[in-house]
Design a protein around this ligand. Structure first.
Ligand SMILES: [Zn+2]
Length: 147
């Protein structure tokens, strides 16, 4: 059974399944698309800045690439930070989804973010697998080479 879910991919291209906010036990967030009042209040992560974008709300966009302003300053900043710090890119994700569809994207995500040591889904916000402590970076880097 797939661990990846369409409703966990945020409009900005972030896969909320990989977010530590989703993976943690305490104050768990259900993802940007499933945000309830409680998780909204407790959520501190800046991954979620796009969630409150007025254009997404007004035009009821599913992904940022449907927006005429894509990529906006906010998305570019977010993307830059994630590329530098977390070895992933919102813009790459969005381009991939636009070109190949969400189902293919989810298949790749499952391969890319599954711990090669224990099979746990790792978090993009942690350097080691939360289950077995295997380095996430080595894992992701290897799968990126075959992407
Ligand atoms: Zn592991």
């Amino acid at each position: 059974m797939s661990e990846m879910r369409r409703d966990l991919v945020a409009p900005c291209g972030m896969n909320c399944r990989l977010c530590i906010g989703y993976q943690r036990e305490k104050n768990k967030c259900d993802g940007c698309r499933n945000m309830n009042f409680v998780s909204y209040k407790t959520k501190k992560s800046t991954t979620c800045v796009i969630k409150d974008c007025p254009v997404i709300k007004e035009r009821n966009l599913e992904y940022c690439f449907e927006c005429p302003k894509m990529p906006c300053q906010r998305l570019k900043q977010l993307d830059k930070r994630y590329k530098t710090k977390y070895h992933m890119s919102m813009l790459e994700n969005l381009n991939y989804i636009k070109e190949h569809g969400i189902e293919k994207f989810l298949e790749n995500e499952e391969i890319r973010w599954t711990c090669s040591n224990c099979g746990n889904i790792v978090s993009v916000h942690r350097e080691a697998c939360t289950n077995c402590k295997e380095s996430v970076f080595d894992n992701v880097k290897n799968s990126l080479d075959n992407y």
